[in-house]
Write a protein that binds this ligand. Structure first.
Ligand code: ADP
Ligand code: MG
Length: 322
């Protein structure tokens, strides 16, 4: 039972009910009623405050919040109402064999984790720009996975697709409707009109700690309606353009990879086929201008030509260039 779990964690930290009330800002009476099982469906915000007070993170936190959620659902089931499902963590898988970008990662991790960042009156926004195929999405997804634990209310990946060949751009209203639905808003309760959508989204985000990754934005107008109005969240944006006019944004430009990282990326993608000729690999990555997308595509060609060595591949590329 959730109440027992609260009692156990409180005792683990040798806190009285009164002390726990002071730490969480909940009333002593609420805590008493929660522990005794009188309260059947604690508010999610209260559950989060308790999880914070108990300093729970990772799977312990999930278990704790899950135990409260199970109560919630049991209550809903008794009234015959299905709670709409939520899609809390929609980040794509981290890039296998992510290489390099150490300085950029460290700078952003430090900035997000800095105590001064926690005290900001607004949610920080980082926009990552760079040319097509330079690795903006890979970088942002990798970073988001590193930071996910700090955002217990979920991580949302939003494809805006400003430059997805053959696939339509996702306009802000469509993106907001998708976000609201993923957040558990019933389809019938989703408003029409950009302002109403953006307002409801900000309302849903208030008081929560969520990481938003807005991928492949065309310009500042493409993302502005999706931004939180309250502190506590983190927004990562990728775009080919530098979104200089977005208020409060911090910009990070990604360049092509240094030669050693470019070679590492090639070796990872080529797998066993990469052996033997480091000079050929250097030639290949050079011919790819050290651009991750070009390197990934070129390594994939090795798998199309089972008889080729990396030397053959390098020769073929040089010929094609000439
Ligand atoms: N640092 C990296 N380590 C490993 N793979 C990478 C890295 N950067 C990019 N890639 C790979 O290169 C390709 C292009 O990267 P992507 O992030 O899609 O580029 P962008 O979003 O800038 O157009 C993808 O296959 C991606 O997985
Ligand atoms: Mg991308």
């Amino acid at each position: 039972m959730f109440g027992h779990l609260v009692t156990r964690h409180r005792r683990r930290l040798s806190l009285t009910q009164q002390e726990l009330a002071e730490i969480t800002g909940l009333s002593e009476r609420s805590i008493r009623r929660l522990e005794s099982g009188d309260v059947q469906a604690p508010r999610p915000a209260s559950v989060r405050l308790l999880a914070d007070a108990f300093e729970l993170s990772g799977s312990d936190r999930d278990t704790f919040i899950g135990a409260a959620g199970a109560l919630d659902q049991a209550t809903d089931a008794s009234t015959g109402l299905e709670p709409p499902p939520r899609a809390e963590r929609t980040l794509p898988a981290d890039v296998a064999g992510f290489v390099g970008r150490h300085r950029e990662l460290r700078d952003l991790l430090d900035a997000v984790r800095a105590p001064s960042a926690q005290a900001l009156p607004t949610s920080p926004i980082y926009a990552i720009d760079g040319m097509a195929g330079v690795g903006k999405t890979a970088f942002a997804v990798h970073l988001a996975h590193r930071l996910a634990g700090r955002f217990p209310d979920g991580q949302r990946f939003v494809e805006l697709r400003a430059h997805a060949p053959g696939r339509p751009v996702v306009d802000p209203a469509t993106a907001l409707a998708t976000l609201l639905q993923a957040d558990g808003v019933a389809a019938a309760a989703i408003p029409t009109g950009l302002d109403a959508l953006a307002g409801l989204w900000r309302e849903r985000l208030a008081g929560r700690r969520m990481l938003l990754l807005l991928d492949d934005a065309a310009d500042p107008d493409h993302v502005a309606p999706l931004l939180p109005g309250t502190p506590g969240c983190l927004v990562l944006i990728t775009s080919r353009r530098r979104l200089v006019t977005l208020p409060g944004v911090a910009l990070l430009s990604l360049d092509t990879l240094p030669p050693e990282d470019a070679a590492r990326l090639f070796v990872h993608r080529a797998g066993r086929r990469a052996g033997g000729d480091p000079a050929a690999i250097a030639r290949i990555t050079e011919l790819c201008s050290h651009l991750p997308l070009a390197i990934a595509l070129t390594a994939a060609r090795l798998h199309l030509h089972p008889a080729w060595s990396v030397t053959d591949l390098a020769d073929d590329l040089s010929e094609a260039r000439d």
